[in-house]
Design a protein around this ligand. Structure first.
Ligand code: PGA
Length: 255
């Protein structure tokens, strides 16, 4: 039984006051969560304010990135320990905007995933093909490579403890309003799980949660979550709108 994980990736949006207000409203509108976990992922500089707002509630706190070194001369970077100190439990690794806009490589992402999971953070490792890769029939190859490179040397123990989540986010669906159909998403999630069985082990592959992301909204959440291999949603734009995000959370609660 894989508990659904609904995450709101706020990206580089919202002021401090807006972040606190949004977190407060989500908390208010989702009082008794039993079926799903809900994760808020604000900008680094607002994590502490959001942490105070949500307190020790059912809401979980995430970060959008982390560096793989523990400390030192790495200007602008943030360590796992700094995140843990703020109450962060989850971290995105390899979001497509970090891969394609910032230029992070698979090798860096693998180091980040190893660092985060060894410090007991849950690493949400993002994979997905671009439109060009999709159109040239390379989606499966690209995703397989991202999985093999990113998950190299990850210990089976941290996976068994639930510290690895995969997010499938086709780049052509992010922020475009173009969602993968539930059938297409399911097909890719099943493919990812079958590859995880080979790369890691069949038993652990059954335990790993695979989120879908890319233009998720209240109107399509239930249909996506109804698919057997879709274990949660990673939501960008719609997570900034209370009514939309609460609607998505409620869709997961009904499953
Ligand atoms: P979107 O973003 O929901 O705005 O498409 C998803 C993501 O980038 O995680």
């Amino acid at each position: 039984m894989r508990t659904k994980l609904i995450a709101g990736n706020w990206k580089m949006n919202l002021s401090r006051v807006e972040s606190v207000t949004l977190a407060g409203e989500i908390l208010h509108h989702t009082p008794a969560m039993t079926q799903a976990q809900v994760l808020l992922i604000p900008a680094f500089v607002h994590i502490d304010a959001v942490a105070q707002t949500i307190g020790k509630s059912h809401l979980l706190l995430g970060a959008q990135d982390v560096y793989f070194e523990r400390s030192g001369a790495f200007t602008g970077e943030v360590s796992t320990e700094m995140l843990l100190e703020l109450g962060v439990s989850h971290v995105l690794i390899g979001h497509s905007e970090r891969r394609h806009v910032i230029g992070e490589t698979d090798a860096m992402l693998n180091k980040k995933l190893l660092a985060a999971t060894s410090e007991k953070l849950v690493g949400i490792y993002c994979v997905g093909e671009t439109l060009q890769e999709r159109n040239s029939g390379k989606a499966a190859e690209v995703i397989l490579h991202q999985l093999q490179a990113g998950l190299a040397n990850l210990s089976h123990d941290v996976i068994a403890q639930g510290h690895l989540v995969i997010a499938y986010e086709p780049v052509w669906a992010i922020g475009t309003g173009q969602t993968a159909t539930p059938d297409h998403a399911q097909e890719t999630h099943a493919f990812i799980r079958s590859r995880l069985a080979e790369i890691i082990s069949p038993d652990l592959a059954e335990q790993i949660r695979i989120q879908y992301g890319g233009s998720v909204k209240k109107a399509n959440a239930a249909e996506l979550l109804a698919k057997p291999d879709i274990d949660g949603l990673l939501v960008g734009g719609a997570s900034l709108i209370v009514e939309e995000f609460v609607g998505i959370i409620k869709a997961a609660e009904l499953k």
